[in-house]
Design a protein. Sequence first.
Length: 334
Amino acid sequence: MNSLAKSVNEKQASFLGRCFEILEDELCGKSREKNEFYMNCIAHLSRHNYLTTTQIRECDTSSDEERKRDDKTYRKWLQDFMAALNSNRSRLQTELSQYGLTKFPQIEYVKGVKGKEAHFYVTSDAATTGDNGVAGGDESTGKIGSDYSTIRYKTEKISRPPWYLSIANPLFRTQKARGLSALSALVVVFLLLPLAIGYIYLFHPNDPWLVALFAVLLAADLMLIAPTLKILRLITRKITIVDSIRLPLSSVCIAEITSVGANNPSSTERHLSVVTVSANCPVCNDKYGLESSVFLEQRGLTSSRIIGICYNNPMMHRYTFDKDLMTGERLQNV
């Protein structure tokens, strides 16, 4: 292995180790066995860049040979780590620049064929920052490069997302499910409920039971309109601002890709991730020392564009927002 490949592998392993620290409670709970297993897997991948299903058993060093689990269990544990990396990608990728990486390392699983053993491997990232002279940015200021034109956003996961996003999350797994969910929501909220409300209002205005039902249906319809519009925006735009009294400012829901369908884009699977997004305005951070002064806003009632606005200078310090790169460019025409 040449020195460049070794350096990249080490950076990827360090990054995956940091990801594991962030996801440790979710993956391990209080299990010391799982903790050591994951750390040993990451260490093995850093040295060899692949891990066979036979070698995966050796990563459990906390159990005696007689008490070790079967290979299927260990394989599932590592696949759980892969799934957690994908579902928390927007939150984790903000750490990339600290490890000199430009691409999010992925752990892939390859099934065994024709006598070749099944194995896990880490996708390589030949392009790195720092060592090759490309500016990776200053995490303390949120500024990328030497000017004030680009910022890097940071995220924090929300532990309790709004109820309608928790319900919608399983329905976002496939494109077909997303389409059926959108159609059902449109029919119920904008057709069936208004028809029922209008029928009671026009033909049974004096029936006390139906008047009570009218009030319930009207309240339900009004309560469901905003969540339905947000879910539709997630389906079409893949991101939406989440407005809630109990949620922090600048909370967004992102429809993240968890699995890309081979030769069939319609089979791409997604997962809803609710995070709080902020950034340091490089100008205000440099001049006044302000931190996390950039928050996301949606311009206008009908516009789908989400931008970052610095609360210290909201008229001039505005930035684009890229949900995949978690970076933004200074907007000139404001």
